[in-house]
Ligand binder design. Sequence first.
Ligand code: C5P
Length: 219
Amino acid sequence: RQGGPLAGCHVVISAGGTQEAIDPVRYIGNRSSGQMGYALAARARDLGARVTLVSGPTALTPPGAVNLVRVETALQMQAALLEALAEADLLIMNAAVADFRPAQAAEEKVKKQGDAGLTLHLIPNPDIVAGLADRHDFFKVGFAAETNDLLANAQSKLERKGLDLIVANDAMSSIGQPEITLTLIGRAGTINLPRQPKAMAAAALLDEIVVRFGQWRAA
Ligand code: C5P
């Protein structure tokens, strides 16, 4: 729509989980489905934004009229985001980025060696959003899925990663569940969204992000 609240804005959204290769057929991954990020992208588009969706592998049908960039690894996601963020107004960092990757992916499929176990040597991936702490040309939203001390952990991530807003959720009550409870923590205070189906939560969340983004822009 031409006249929506995000008309003229470039919104960059990351979604899904990254996959880090162990060998040509195996990877280290996580349980992110990408649902929330895809729904946020559709909503941002409906509010008038030009949307770039940088996505790890998912089983989802991509939303129409959105620029979809498919990636597999954290390093690929970082490169795709940096390119998209050359000119952007809002970053919503929803992807579940692997914190570690195998130091080296084996060139051939790893074979079983009798009864021996297998030790993988993992090295850290860059924290993509924390690496953008010096960028103040767009509004930055991050996510914190926690299993304990939800609000304290989210608050410390907000500060440590230089975010403008962080969306906290209790991982245990949301993973694999149809409904989710979200809490938004930012400089303008904390807001609790009611527990609701994930598609509705995504729309309500994007609408709240738009309000905060508007305040940031006007300041
Ligand atoms: O994994 P963690 O809880 O620290 O992630 C919080 C936020 O940081 C999320 O928005 C996630 O997308 C982002 N993140 C990132 N790069 C990483 C790990 C997390 O940008 N390597």
